[in-house]
Design a protein. Sequence first.
Length: 385
Amino acid sequence: MTIRVQRRQTTLSSNAFEIAQILDGIRRWVLIESPTERPDQINKLVDVVAAGYRDLPASVERVAGRDGCGDHLVTRSSWGQGVPGILVLSHLDTVHPMGSIERLPFNIEGNRAFGPGIYDMKGGAYLAYHAFRQICAVDARPPLGITQLYVSDEEIGSPTSRALIEAEGRKAKYVLVTEPARDGGKVITGRKGVARFDVFIKGTPAHAGTRPGDGRSAIRELAHVIQTLEAMNDLTRGITVNVGVVRGGTRPNVVAELAYAQVDMRVPTMAHADELVPKILGISSRTEGVSVKVSGELNRPPYEKTSAGAALYAHAKTLAAELGFELLDAFSGGGSDSNFTAPHTATLDGLGVDGKGAHTHYEQLYISSIEPRARLLYRMYQTLR
């Protein structure tokens, strides 16, 4: 895949990427706490984001939330919507519960700005918005239309936005994802696929002291299942299977009738998923009188580096060099909404701010990353053809 580069630059005001101005915009988004489980809070942030487009040549569509999630926001440039263009993917939800802003207030210390969700990913989402504003501020329009999709449920696997993401991704020629940068500013050109499973086990209860032989322990059977799952780990192939939640039993003197586990699997390729998902779903009981039921699926396909994705990364790397910095790429074990678009559309992830501490009480972005990352997004909007 060859990407033709439009080299013509248009004139911007000297303060178009002024760091203090951008950081103040990020601050306003961070101060509106938006945990996934609080759609009312997410919708407050959606109100603010949508208002930012009112004076721009763009249409705004609000997709009502459902199943306990907030609204999604789709904005489209007034130009270039008749042909496949650029889709920019961002999420407005965070993992931080309400009140986190008191424990982790927005604060600046040297090159670091702190706040819940500032790195993952309100910083990157705001950069994409700011870069779009600057595109709109110049006379010349870029070759491709720009659609920006802000979703409300990425942190729980995008259950209500996946169909929207996939539909918009299939219509696009390029997908740019504003998840945070990795390891000093690297973009993401591959991610593991993510599968989730629930294990339900039913045995027979009995008195553990007087009639233990009458019982069939669901917990004992769960131990067998866990051993089977743990044996599937293969770090040399990049496969991880983790039993992260277990529950079972009622009292220490009762043979457990019920047990339950939640399982997370990560795989680097679809071939690995095709191999292992049926194995996990097919786990059966080793004990007579005990039933094992496993449900689940691959909920994020692997983001494998394609030739189209590699060409998109090469283009971004060239632009970054023109801007004065080296852009390296990395592979991530974590999933994002890029997993949904990469199988069929050239996708580049990790275009957000650099920083550290995603999902922690010390989450932070590096202020020095704001201007170069915003300029890179601007140049990508301007040159992709």
